[in-house]
Design a protein around this ligand. Structure first.
Ligand SMILES: [Zn+2]
Length: 57
């Protein structure tokens, strides 16, 4: 058996083609496909929301 490294750093196969859902806060394209139900947030707003919920107790 060959003992060479296999590349494991490739990004997971997410929705690679649009249309993507818009961020409900800043309307930036999110990582979620448009068919995603509910609130979709871009990575930035997602992080900010996490900060807010963490702070608001
Ligand atoms: Zn956003």
């Amino acid at each position: 058996m060959a003992d060479y490294c296999t590349p494991a750093s490739e990004p997971p196969a997410t929705a690679s083609e649009g249309p993507f859902a818009e961020c409900v806060l800043c309307r930036a394209p999110t990582e979620y496909p448009e068919s995603t139900k509910g609130v979709t947030l871009c990575p930035v707003c997602e992080w900010q929301e996490a900060q807010r919920t963490a702070c608001s107790g």
